[in-house]
Write a protein that binds this ligand. Structure first.
Ligand SMILES: [Zn+2]
Length: 383
């Protein structure tokens, strides 16, 4: 017996934001809290949403103090705004960080402090019992796919470490994929976030769990990235490419409920210790991680999965060579120069980075098992 989960209502395409506001009005919420960050406020994306809400006379408050890695203090502040302004619903607007903060705020609006007691690693999800206000998610990047996620990553006040909060009811009621919100992203961010979506699909498809729906979604997501990321990078104003990349990102995050792999475990310490963009870290590790898998003694199903992805690359014009070489070429074609060393990573730090990667929860679902020496070898190959 197997259990499957499938996500939320997704509105996608030009006009999705306006349609979302129509639907929100029909829900007759008293007041909605928008959780976002200062960058989105400054670049005018927040105003695109608030002007539509004003037009439709939907009452809202704004909490724009989410930090790039949201903290417990951010969550407390946002929760206070929710309560003081008597909100009854939440919109998360932004990349992964406002989405994380909004989900944690959703918990804290109806549950007792402190947030730390709901830590998923300590079984805290069992304490999330009260009906929570509805959450709507509007991504402004195409990479994390956090709008179809059910967990929040928040820096703990006590330990300073990233803590995960998970509950099925944290899934947004609606995700709004409007390409007009991502046209302002510069090419290097478009490339890095797009490769993140690609690696979500690839690692999910390669992970050994039984989840045929996730496999299908992952393959389609890979095809979308191969077909549309080049255009989104070269021509940021192309709304078709922007829309396809938003969809691919949602598909990646949907697929990776099956599991991720060693590339993500290796990428995480590069962000927490070296402050590297998560998508860029994945891009720099992709070819070395795939080469490690291709060198292993694989069974027939594993070989079939590699061939399947090679055929998608072939259809996109990357016709020959091992999968790792095609991945390397694709990343370079997206304008990302290879080599961790060129991005500030020092060889002397690789061992401690590998030790941290070993503690990461993603690699146990890698296509083949990995140990400390394997993780270190992939860092070295990617240096
Ligand atoms: Zn990722």
């Amino acid at each position: 017996m197997n259990q499957y989960n499938f996500p939320t209502i997704i509105l996608s395409g030009q006009g999705a934001l306006a349609e979302f506001v129509n639907r929100l009005k029909a829900k007759k919420h008293q007041r909605v809290l928008i959780v976002t960050d200062e960058t989105l406020k400054a670049c005018g994306v927040l105003e695109k949403l608030t002007s539509l809400l004003d037009e439709q006379q939907v009452a809202f408050s704004v909490f724009a103090e989410t930090r790039p890695n949201p903290t417990e203090a951010d969550v407390e502040k946002g929760t206070a705004v929710f309560k003081q302004s008597q909100c009854d619903s939440i919109i998360a607007l932004g990349g992964g960080s406002p989405m994380d903060a909004a989900r944690a705020i959703k918990i804290m609006t109806v549950h007792a402090s402190p947030l730390a007691q709901y830590d998923d690693a300590k079984g805290g999800d069992r304490l999330i019992t009260e009906p929570m206000p509805p959450l709507y998610a509007i991504p402004t990047t195409a990479g994390t796919g956090s709008e179809v996620g059910r967990s929040a990553v928040i820096i703990s006040a006590a330990t300073g470490k990233k803590t995960i909060y998970f509950h099925p009811d944290l899934l947004p009621e609606m995700a709004v994929l409007d390409p007009e919100l991502t046209i302002g992203l510069p090419p290097h961010i478009t490339a890095a976030t797009g490769i993140d979506a690609f690696v979500h699909c690839l690692e999910a498809y390669f992970s050994p769990g039984f989840h045929p729906m996730a496999d299908g979604i992952a393959l389609q997501g890979l095809e979308l990235v191969l077909d549309w990321l080049p255009t989104a990078v070269k021509d940021g104003q192309n709304l078709d490419a922007r829309e396809r990349m938003l969809i691919a990102a949602s598909m990646g995050a949907t697929a990776f409920q099956k599991g991720l792999g060693m590339i993500h475990s290796l990428a995480h310490p590069l962000s927490s210790r070296c402050n590297m963009h998560h998508g860029l870290a994945n891009a720099l590790l992709l070819a070395a991680g795939v080469a490690f898998i291709e060198r292993a003694d694989l069974d027939e199903d594993q070989k079939f999965r590699i061939k399947r992805v090679q055929s998608l690359f072939a259809a996109a014009g990357y016709e020959t060579g091992p999968l790792a070489d095609r991945c390397r070429q694709f990343v370079e074609d997206m304008g990302i120069s290879p080599g961790l060393s060129g991005h500030g990573v020092l060889e002397k730090d690789l061992k401690s980075l590998a030790e941290e990667a070993l503690e990461d929860p993603c690699h146990p679902t890698n296509m083949i098992p990995v140990g400390l020496a394997d993780l270190l070898s992939v860092y070295k190959a990617a240096l």
